[in-house]
Design a protein around this ligand. Structure first.
Ligand code: FES
Length: 103
């Protein structure tokens, strides 16, 4: 995914929320932290829970599965065992839609 791919209307990801979308054959977690958009792999690398089912506090996303805490800025998790990093995506808003591309 070298080029930007169109996803959903930006109104679907208001500040303080996150949403999992499929784009370019990948599941991507779109998150809006105080108006700034972040994109990260959406499927927890522990046991594949969808991270959008968890909770968000600033750029920290807690997995609803077993409580790993992901950093939207780095794609890294804090957990009681090492977890594989999530991929990161660049997110831009254009014409009322969110576009993503892999970093
Ligand atoms: S599936 Fe996310 S912590 Fe287990």
């Amino acid at each position: 995914m070298a080029e930007f791919v169109k996803t959903v209307e930006s109104s679907r990801v208001p500040p303080g929320s996150m949403l999992t979308v499929e784009a370019g054959g990948e599941s991507i977690l779109l998150a809006n932290v105080d108006g700034e958009y972040f994109g990260m792999g959406a499927i927890c690398t522990h046991e594949q829970w969808d991270l959008s089912e968890g909770s968000m506090d600033g750029t920290a996303v807690t997995c609803a599965g077993h409580g790993s805490v992901w950093d939207l800025r780095t794609g890294r998790a804090v957990f009681d065992e090492p977890l594989e990093d999530e991929p990161l995506y660049e997110v831009k808003e254009e014409g009322g839609f969110l576009f993503v591309r892999k970093r």
